[in-house]
Design a protein around this ligand. Structure first.
Ligand code: AMP
Ligand code: MG
Length: 320
């Protein structure tokens, strides 16, 4: 059920239930980190493998000690600058944080969401919320309450409706090694913004078949429709002539194809706007039941890097 009732959401969470949670990035599937039944339900509803750890959401930086310890100075600086906001920090976990939440890791992923309803809810409860994106494992992330309801229906008792997500892509994830910041996942805060505080960031490269940050799995965020990412739309259209195709474009439609089958992410050429529309448009295109979705590659800068990262994963098995 879709609702805006925060007290009901709080009661359900206190009772060990799992709910859909609006945030500024994407909707989460939220449960009490200290309630094993709730955490197991998150994994089973999402069909998420247990090796994939969950992000813990806090009401404020003042509650950080509840879940993390030995926090490097640079992490505090980043938290002070970007929280509430779409930055997730990987920190040494307190022993009270269940291994199920961190997939047995000694680090816990934490952030403070920048969303009025999420913060109001977190302030009403005295436990943090584990909340991975509210999509079945591997599918497109949800950016509206309806996306969550369409995915899970009666499998969860409530989706808290906080409107469409402002940022529309997942948080940027930063970890630390000997006090040095490392980028684990591109996200809603461009790495250039973070580098203003950390200096040049190292980018974490996962070992083959060791998916310890599965937002980094090669196939993820995927429509069911075969999807191609390209910087040469014209050529792909030509190669697949005769098929029914839908185009996802950055800032303008193309003359050589049916305008009714073209979607524009940002008519004003703004990457923020494009990112906030990305998943909602992919959901729409996926529902058209076309033969092929063709996405235009973004500029490799700022949020364009994040969007290309997601689109590569959406399209990786569909390149033909
Ligand atoms: P999502 O479930 O879509 O919110 O994505 C959560 C992301 O955070 C996944 O890519 C996780 O693998 C990553 N993550 C969470 N905790 C950790 C951790 N301790 N170390 C590395 N990555 C983590
Ligand atoms: Mg996810």
């Amino acid at each position: 059920m879709i609702s805006t009732d925060i007290s009901k959401a709080a009661d359900l969470l206190k009772a060990g239930e799992v709910i859909g949670l609006p945030t500024e990035t994407v909707y989460g599937l939220a449960g009490n980190i200290f309630n094993e039944t709730a955490i197991r339900k998150i994994f089973s509803v999402k069909q998420r493998p247990f090796y994939n750890p969950l992000i813990v959401h806090l009401a404020g930086i003042d509650r950080l000690d509840q879940v993390a310890k030995g926090i490097p100075g640079i992490a505090i600086k980043l938290a002070e600058k970007f929280w509430p906001g779409p930055l997730t920090l990987l920190l040494q976990k307190q022993s009270a944080v269940p291994d199920l939440v961190t997939a047995g890791k000694t680090t816990v992923a934490v952030r403070v969401p920048d969303h009025r309803l999420a913060l109001a809810l977190l302030k009403r409860i005295d436990f943090p919320l584990a909340a991975p994106s509210a999509n079945p494992f591997g599918c497109i992330s949800p950016t509206t309450a309806k996306h969550v309801d369409d995915y899970f229906g009666d499998n969860i008792p409530l989706v808290l409706d906080g409107g469409p997500c402002r940022n529309g892509v997942e948080s940027t994830i930063i970890g630390f090694n000997d006090g040095e910041a490392i980028l684990y996942r591109h996200g809603a805060i461009p790495m250039e913004e973070i580098e203003k505080i950390t200096g040049k960031l190292k980018v974490y490269v996962k070992e083959e078949n060791a998916p310890d940050a599965p937002g980094m799995l090669s196939k993820h965020y995927s429509p069911r429709t075969p999807t191609i990412l390209t910087d040469n739309i014209q050529q792909v259209l030509k190669e697949h002539a005769g098929k029914k195709m839908a185009l996802l474009l950055f800032n303008k439609k193309r003359n050589e194809y049916d305008p009714a089958l073209q979607w524009v992410l940002s008519p004003g050429s703004r990457l923020e706007e494009a990112a906030s529309n990305l998943y909602a448009m992919l959901h729409t295109l996926d529902e058209l039941k076309v033969d092929l979705i063709i996405c235009e590659k973004m500029k490799e800068e700022g949020l364009g890097i994040t969007m290309n990262d997601r689109l590569v994963r959406a399209s990786v098995e569909s390149l033909i």
